[in-house]
Ligand binder design. Sequence first.
Ligand SMILES: [Zn+2]
Length: 388
Amino acid sequence: MKNLALLFLLISVISCNPKPHASSEGALPPNSGVHMNGGITKPKNIILMIGDGMGITQITAGMYMNGNKLNLEKFPVIGLHKTHASSGLITDSAAAATSFASGIKTYNGAIGVNNDTIGVKTILEEAEENNLATGMVATSTIVHATPAAFIAHEKRRNMYEDIADDFLDTEIDFFVGGGKKYFDRRESDDRDLIAELKDKNYTISDYFTEELGKVFIPKNQNFGYFTADADPLPVSKGRGYLRAASKMGIKHLLKRSDEGFFLMIEGSQIDWGGHANNSEYIITEMLDFDKTIGAVHKFAEKNGETLVIVTADHETGGYSIVQGSKMDSLATKFTTGYHTADLIPVFAYGPQAEIFSGIYENTAIYDKIREAFGFKGPGRELIVEEKD
Ligand SMILES: [Zn+2]
C-alpha cells in the first residue's frame, strides 16, 4: 500500500512538472535576461514611439514622398486604437497620452489625472517601481502634453512649471527635449529646478552649453538635456536630434538597470504641421520620425529582447491625398485645423508584439505594455497623497 502510494505520488510529481518551454527563439543565449512565463517570451525593454497627430494619411504621405518606403514597413504586427476622450469624441494630446500612460479615459487637457483630477500612476512610474530604467525623448518641450502625461499629474496641460516640478518626484534616468525656461527661469517662483535636479544625481546640460553628441554622461548618474529654451525648431529649420538622442537614450538606459528599461520617444511636430495645414511640415516631420523608427528597429533587431510599439495619439488636420497627386508630388487637402476622431494605427515589433493586433481602446496600450512587462495587479493606482 505504502509503496503504491509512493509510486502514485512519484507519477503525479513527474506529470505535474511543467513542460520544457517551447521557445520560438531557441537561439537565445543563456542568461539573456528574457523572462519566460509559461512559455511566453517577455520583452526586457519596451520602447513606445508616439508620432503626435500621425494618422494613416500622414504615414502615407511620408511614404510616397520617400520613394514609396518607410521603416515602419518592417513592423510585422499592426492594430488600431480608438482615440475618444471622456470629455468628447475628439481627443487632445493630453487626454490621449494619459490613456496610454495611465490606462484611463479622461478629459481633454488632463495630465496624468482622472475625471476627478486625481492622479493615476503612470507606466513610467510603475517601471521605476519595478527597478527598470526610464527615459523620454521629445521634439517638443519635455513638459508638453505627451511627455508630461507619462511623468506628471496636473489638472491642466498648460501648467508647464508645475509639470516641470513633477520631474523631481521621479527618478527618470534620461530625458531630452525643449522647455529649459520652465525649469530655471520660472514665473511662478524663483526656484532653479536644474540645480535641484543636479542635487538629485542628475547630469543636466543644454544646447547653449554643448552639443548633445559631445556630452559625457556618467553611467552612475541620471541625465537631462534641453534642446531649446521653449519649443525646439521644426526639422526643416535645423532641428536634427531625435534619432541621435533616442540612440543615446537606449545606450544610457542599458547601463542604468540590469532589469530592463521603458523609453518613450515622441515625434511631436507632425501634429503641428497638421494644425498649420502644412503638408510640407507634416512630411518632413514624419520622415524625421521614421528615420528614428529605423534606428530603434535596428537596435531591437540586434538586441532581441526589446518590444517596440509605434503609434499616435490622434490624427490632426483631417489630412487627405487627393486627385492630381503623383508618387513624388502630392496634392493634399485638410478638413480642419484641429484633431479628428480617426482610428489610429499601432505597429509592433519584438517579443509580445502579437498582443497589439486587433482593434481596441487607446487605454489598452497601457494594459498591453503592463502585460508584456509582466507587471502584477490591475494597475491604474490612484495617487492619494496630497500635493502642496
Ligand atoms: Zn494637436
